[in-house]
Design a protein around this ligand. Structure first.
Ligand code: JB2
Length: 210
């Protein structure tokens, strides 16, 4: 978005805690005009005085402003995405984040404060690279995955779509994590994780199958 033009109107899908974080990272060139959430008094309305434009089911088929998914719940984000098929998403990178010029970051990705996306990493659409997360060289992050605050991925790690890599966890270089997995907070992942599996602990071991 060029700063020489009028700021582009944008909306957030979600108005809770994650939306507060995303709203604060929106830079010049975009202006937040509202959010959609089932709770009209969601925290974005109260704390940041952003208007609620309607419930999630009321998102117009031809949504004009560009949108950013700002719900933290990955399953809910996945359920809402089809209603946004005709709309245009955009990526938000906090001004303190480092994103290598050789990295590829898809539409709708949020990169939080002090996050690092290193050289030749690829981040799929609508992924969250949250506060202080480190995505080392050549990692591949799937669509709608969430690398939570303080998580560290060594080089060449693969994270599947809809997977949560929990707060402060560590993933050894080259490990492959499947789709819809959960890596528990503080876990250290030393071997591959199949689709749908939750792992916890140091070293991380399976807890349950979703
Ligand atoms: O079906 C629903 C639903 N529909 C709308 N389930 C849930 N859990 N929430 C729903 N919502 C709306 O999502 C709620 O009305 C509320 O405004 C918002 C959830 O806000 P909350 O602050 O609870 O969570 P969040 O999704 O914004 O943030 C979570 O994920 C972030 C990544 C939190 O765990 C944060 O701490 C975290 N940083």
């Amino acid at each position: 978005m060029s700063q020489s033009h009028a700021p582009h109107p944008v909306v957030l899908i979600g108005g809770g805690g994650h939306a507060l974080v995303v709203a604060e990272a929106i830079g010049q060139g975009a202006v937040l005009v509202g959010f959609y959430d089932d709770a009209p008094d969601a925290r974005l309305a109260g704390a940041a005085r952003v208007p609620c434009l309607g419930a999630l089911r009321e998102i117009p088929a031809a949504l004009e402003p560009w949108y950013m998914l700002a719900l933290g719940d990955l399953a809910l984000r996945r359920r809402v995405l089809p209603s946004l098929a005709g709309a245009r998403s955009f990526a938000i990178t906090h001004r303190t984040a480092f994103v290598s010029e050789n990295a590829k970051v898809g539409p709708g990705v949020f990169v939080g404060p002090h996050a690092v996306i290193h050289t030749f990493a690829k981040v799929g659409p609508h992924a969250i690279i949250n506060t202080g997360a480190i995505i080392e060289h050549e990692c591949e992050i799937g669509e709608n995955a969430h690398v939570a605050p303080g998580a560290v991925l060594g080089g060449n790690v693969t994270v599947g779509p809809d997977t949560l890599v929990g707060l402060g966890s560590r993933v050894n270089p080259g490990v492959r994590i499947g789709r819809a997995c959960v890596i528990g907070a503080g876990a250290t992942v030393v071997r591959d994780v199949p689709d749908g599996v939750t792992v916890v602990g140091v070293p991380a071991r399976p807890l349950s199958r979703r």
